[in-house]
Write a protein that binds this ligand. Structure first.
Ligand SMILES: [Zn+2]
Length: 156
């Protein structure tokens, strides 16, 4: 499945590169855009009509634990894991934030007033992940959690 998303002019606040990225309208509750970790390619994910959130949460509970009252940080890590479990795009793991395709900074600023095009974006696919044995799913989620912690530490 694909859907049409509006792409907006976006500027990288670190290297000043100019590019176009998709954005969702305000109030898009439960909808996400995952980006390739090199800033190339996007996938659309709608948590409302998918059981993926609940499934990955249950895997995460078994892998590293997931609190009943998650903090902002727990939620951030959870989104990173859910994005990371989606099928890769052009060999890139997906991440839950925009990435500058030039310098890979996540410090980018879309200009909501300047739509540049309507483009087709594929739905994030979880078929490959769901087809894996339970133990392998736990391993993948554990690796993603470690990767998230490492990234977080290096950003401090
Ligand atoms: Zn940049």
């Amino acid at each position: 499945m694909t859907r049409t998303l509006q792409f907006f002019r976006t500027r990288c606040l670190d290297c000043n590169a100019d590019f176009a990225m998709p954005a969702l309208p305000d109030m898009s509750y439960g909808q996400f855009i995952w980006s390739g970790e090199r800033g190339i390619g996007f996938a659309y994910f709608d948590a409302c009509d998918s059981s993926i959130f609940e499934h990955i949460k249950s895997v995460m509970k078994r892998a590293v634990g997931y609190p009943t009252s998650p903090t902002h940080e727990d939620t951030d890590r959870f989104h990173f894991v859910v994005a990371g479990c989606a099928r890769k795009i052009e060999g890139q793991q997906l991440v839950p934030h925009h990435v500058c395709p030039t310098c890979r900074s996540r410090n980018v600023s879309p200009d909501d007033n300047e739509p540049v095009a309507d483009c087709q974006v594929e739905d994030a696919s979880y078929d490959e992940f769901l087809a894996k044995p339970a133990l392998e799913q736990i391993l993948i989620v554990t690796i993603l959690c470690n990767k998230w912690s490492k990234k977080r530490r290096s950003n401090l």
